[in-house]
Write a protein that binds this ligand. Sequence first.
Ligand SMILES: [Zn+2]
Length: 362
Amino acid sequence: MEVFWHDACLGHDTGAGLWELPGRWDWLDVAEPHPENAARLRTFRHALRHGPVAPHLTWSTGRFATDEELARVHTRAYLDRLRAACARPTSVEVNTVVGPGSWDAIRAAAGTALAAWEAVAAGRTRLAYALVRPPGHHAQPDLPDGYCLVNNAALVAETARRAGRRVAVLDWDVHHGNGTQEVFRDAPDVLTVSVHMRHGPWGANHAQTGGPEESGPANVNVELSLGAGDLAYRRAFEEVALPALAEFGADCLVCASGFDGSAFDPNGRHNLTAAGYRWIGGAVAGLGLPTVLTQEGGYLRGYAALCLHALVEGLLGLELLEDPLAYVPDDAQLVDADLARARSALTGWAFAASAPAGRGRA
Ligand SMILES: [Zn+2]
């Protein structure tokens, strides 16, 4: 497996404030770093370079995306506004900030994701992980949202589509991949699947609900109740996401890979452990598809790094690191109702009309 990295991703300075909200908070003694920060990505890199999975990985340097490439999934007017905003520290959305290093980081994240795709498309590797920031899956054609500025996963998928590939995007970040859904809303030849917590719309730039009512012939939303953990994700994959990928017949895959579904993430209310992410990695590898993964969320950086390491273990069929923190109960009681809602919305899908495999339920 090849990991793609670009130092310019570290230059995006999101500042400090009250968690994700920038600025001064006079009642707060010590401002906190914005959760989407460079130390987070450095920690992820360190885990893969120095954890037990390290000997199994090769590293490649990414590149900058060109303006033409960015315009495959964003409007020129949006990109012009975004580049201009990066001239000085400013908020482009309530909790999404940019500054002088951000434009290079944006271009590096997008270009490094494309470099990962180029390696996969050339047959150099079947699995390529773009370890990049800023994340992208909330970014819409003409809107930033939720720390996301350019949609790296959508850019890879659109590039693959233009190369004649039948591509699917699978998103397990704890938040709905609303930006990717928007990019491909009118593209029946690109499947988008998102498994996420029930959080609903937020703010002026996030109108999408992420609920099953937004599912359609080429978009599948699996919205899981708060508290969902390893078992709920496994069932969401086995009973909805993986059958949808099989029925769609994708010949390559883009994964929006977030770790904010972990039991310890401040931005999520799900309960995944490292074992859950290791299982997801195994499930993705089991598809046997050429696959690019782009880094999305994951904000308790130490545990998120452990979860990344475990996901990579799963991708490689390994089991290496212990999880010393996997003690939060995994409450699976709500998953039956969640999955029934997700499947009942999929009226055009053959798999959804039949009982889930091996479970005997109508
Ligand atoms: Zn997220």
